[in-house]
Design a protein around this ligand. Structure first.
Ligand code: MG
Length: 164
């Protein structure tokens, strides 16, 4: 049996993953408003990926016979200073998500909940990827600072992200 406390922790995480999706969609819209179609594409794929994360946690609770409870979400920001500010916030947000997943894993260890630990392994690995890809984009944008043609190329590169 999955504990009440763990069920709540995973339900909280479902809400956070949906909020992440919401945040990245808001960023995609802002990138589009600023004329960066490539970045908007990258962020839209991220929006879709976050919904998949939420659904993965949701399916896990269903499999364990626990109740999935959806909750209200905060309204995301609608505007950022520039593309670099958007991606710096993506990285900060993903670091926060990593910390939350680690907290759930610590709870699973404390409760000797081996099934939840096993399920979380995928997310722990995924967070390494999420932080690395946001860092890569920040590096590319910092390298492009002050050059419109470099920024144009960076946006083109972001537009080439494949649906993974
Ligand atoms: Mg996620």
């Amino acid at each position: 049996m999955i504990s009440e406390k763990m069920t709540q922790a995973i339900n909280d995480q479902i809400n956070r993953e949906f909020y992440s999706a919401f945040l990245y969609l808001a960023m995609a819209n802002d990138a589009m408003d600023k004329g960066f179609k490539g970045a908007a594409h990258w962020l839209t794929l991220q929006f879709e990926e976050e919904q998949e994360h939420a659904m993965k946690f949701s399916a896990y609770l269903q499999d364990r016979g626990a109740k999935v409870k959806l909750a209200a979400m905060d309204m995301p920001k609608t505007e950022w200073k520039d593309l670099l500010a958007i991606f710096k916030e993506v990285l900060d947000h993903e670091k926060q998500v990593t910390a939350w997943i680690n907290e759930i894993n610590a709870l699973a260890i404390a409760e000797k909940d081996y099934a939840t630990q096993s399920m979380l392994r995928w997310f722990i690995d995924e967070q390494v990827e999420e932080e690395a890809s946001a860092s890569d984009v920040i590096w590319m944008l910092e390298m492009s600072a002050g050059s419109k043609s470099a920024l144009f190329m960076a946006d083109k590169t972001l537009g080439g992200r494949k649906d993974d």
